[in-house]
Design a protein around this ligand. Structure first.
Ligand code: 4NP
Length: 156
């Protein structure tokens, strides 16, 4: 079992979208049973909420149904998950501060490092922007999740 946790600030836009994109790749590849996938946020302002209505609408237009409930990232997540993927440099700094030691820090990766078609350094926060920002988030995540899948797939 390979476990991956996607992390953003509120866990209502980028990270639940990343979770949805990655889970669909696993379904397509017939690997769902081999992975444990979840998402979390650095703060708990939206704890228990479904993803942002705008994120769900843009996701739905590409065939994704997002049903995750927002939750904050915990110290235990650093023990449980094999890979913890942040969306921007703020996320990465906050996650690095939470990590207990080098072994946990090695679990941290930035989402855009797995992009092959896009040159972006971050998945930008779409919360205060317009529709184009949400579409761009999905574009980046679809690119990055394909790269992530190829990177962490166990090679038989
Ligand atoms: P996310 O977006 O980190 O992609 O879920 C945000 C959601 C909520 C807020 C900021 C960013 N907020 O300030 O409440």
């Amino acid at each position: 079992m390979i476990s991956v946790l996607f992390v953003c600030l509120g866990n209502i836009c980028r990270s639940p979208m990343a979770e949805g994109v990655f889970k669909r790749i696993l379904e397509r590849e017939g690997c769902t049973a081999d992975f444990h996938i979840d998402s979390a946020g650095l703060h708990d302002y939206h704890r228990g909420e479904l993803p942002d209505e705008r994120m769900r609408r843009h996701a739905e237009s590409r065939g994704y149904c997002l049903i995750h409930r927002s939750r904050p990232v915990t110290k235990e997540d650093f023990e449980i998950f094999d890979h913890i993927i942040g969306m921007d440099s703020y996320n990465m700094k906050a996650l690095a501060r939470m990590a207990a030691g080098d072994a946990q820090r090695k679990k941290l990766h930035s989402m855009t490092d797995f992009c092959s078609r896009h040159k972006a350094k971050e998945v930008p926060d779409p919360y205060y922007g317009g529709a184009a920002g949400f579409e761009y988030v999905i574009d980046l995540l679809e690119d990055a999740c394909e790269g992530l899948f190829k990177t962490i797939l166990p090679h038989q």
